[in-house]
Write a new protein. Structure first.
Length: 83
């Protein structure tokens, strides 16, 4: 019974995220997908037609989860070496 409740909760959360994602304008969806696939901000800037990379970074920089995770892992490695 508990497993079924957990699966239902996960499905509801996934459905909410999907609904939120689908409500975004196409360029935001595209940018978030490209960032999560490892594309660089500069490439996305060119694709979206922004004149300055700062514009792209201001709008989409917070979506770069993989880069933040990688940075966090590197920081953890450095802290372990320092101990």
């Amino acid at each position: 019974m508990a497993v079924l409740k957990k699966e239902t909760k996960i499905k509801r959360q996934r459905d909410k995220l999907e609904q939120l994602f689908n409500s975004l304008p196409d360029d935001k969806r595209l940018a978030s997908l490209l960032l999560n696939e490892g594309c660089e901000l500069y490439e996305i800037k060119e694709l979206l037609g922004h004149s300055q990379i700062a514009t792209t970074a201001d709008i989409y920089g917070h979506l770069d989860f993989k880069a933040k995770k990688k940075m966090s892992e590197k920081m953890n490695e450095l802290l372990k070496v320092a101990e």
